[in-house]
Write a protein that binds this ligand. Structure first.
Ligand code: PDD
Length: 280
């Protein structure tokens, strides 16, 4: 495997950044995960728009212009021979002796890795459905920034894992679901409406979420953009999640509550099909 580190393509095992990188010391950086299908990036422009927005919100300089960055991403995919998988891209404020305020005039750090993902395994998981748990959302109030500061997300996902679940839905102080630890949360309500939370500082504006919404509109499928409570989640007809690594993934159990008949819902599976078609 090959990694890209600040201008160099290196063997993955030798790729490293300095111990005083602010990403390491302060989680002072942002990232993106882009799906690769058939050696092509899905929603490349959407991910780059969001990257630039995250950088802007944190006043981190872009490591390079957009076109050269795209070329490096393509080169990382090519050098790793990825057909189906993901590319991970991280930008931090750079390397400087540890001190909280922004350092003056240092170059930002840019690293990229790529890995294969099995489409067969993903398809099997979607046919079976996954389970989720609910946990309190203990994150900061700028969840719209795709920051590498992921400790609450790590704790939530670990709790899911320890409970035999695939994902943890985080719940705000009003008892409303924000999103998964690395996914956006959706339900099909008792009334049969597809529901997901509107974008705000409370959730990450998922690129998969945005593309699915566009596909819904194209197909004339109705959508309710609103928050939903844990109570509504537990009594929903269907539940599913979206992300660059899960696409559209049906949920069949929440905490100890079976959703529907315990099998992926028909609408969830239909939306996965629509999304797969969009990616192909
Ligand atoms: N996570 N919400 C959170 C908190 C996320 O971290 C992610 C993505 C999403 C879905 O966004 P998108 O559809 O753009 O992937 C929602 C990535 C995949 C990760 O951390 O690995």
């Amino acid at each position: 495997r090959i990694a890209y580190v600040n201008g160099q393509y290196l063997p993955h095992r030798d790729a490293s950044v300095h111990i005083e990188d602010r990403g390491y010391q302060f989680a002072d950086g942002v990232y993106e995960v882009v799906t690769i299908v058939g050696s092509r990036m899905i929603d490349e422009e959407g991910h780059l728009d969001r990257l630039w927005r995250s950088l802007g919100e944190l006043r981190i300089d872009a490591p390079m212009k957009r076109e050269p960055l795209k070329m490096v991403m393509r080169e990382v995919i090519r050098q790793n021979g990825i057909r189906d998988g993901i590319i991970y891209l991280q930008v931090t404020r750079g390397v400087a002796p540890r001190d909280h305020p922004f350092p003056d005039d240092i170059p930002t750090s840019l690293v990229m890795t790529a890995k294969r993902l099995s489409m067969e395994k993903a398809a099997k998981k979607a046919q079976e459905g996954v389970s989720v748990i609910t946990v309190p959302d203990i994150r900061w109030t700028r969840r719209d920034i795709k920051s590498v500061s992921l400790l609450p997300n790590v704790l939530a996902k670990q709790e899911a894992k320890e409970n035999g679940a695939y994902e943890a839905f985080q719940v705000d102080e009003d008892g409303m679901v924000t999103e998964g630890s690395s996914t956006n949360a959706w339900i099909v309500s008792k009334e049969g409406k597809i529901v997901t939370r509107p974008t705000s500082n409370s959730i990450l504006a998922g690129i998969t979420r945005a593309s699915l919404i566009r596909e819904l509109e194209k197909n004339g499928i109705e959508l309710e953009l609103r928050s939903f409570s844990v109570e509504e989640l537990l009594s929903a007809r269907e539940v599913f999640i979206t992300s660059s690594t899960s696409y559209v993934l049906p949920v069949v159990k929440v905490d100890d509550q079976v959703i529907g008949n315990g099998h992926p819902g028909l609408i969830s599976l239909k939306l996965r099909k629509i999304y797969e078609k969009f990616m192909s």
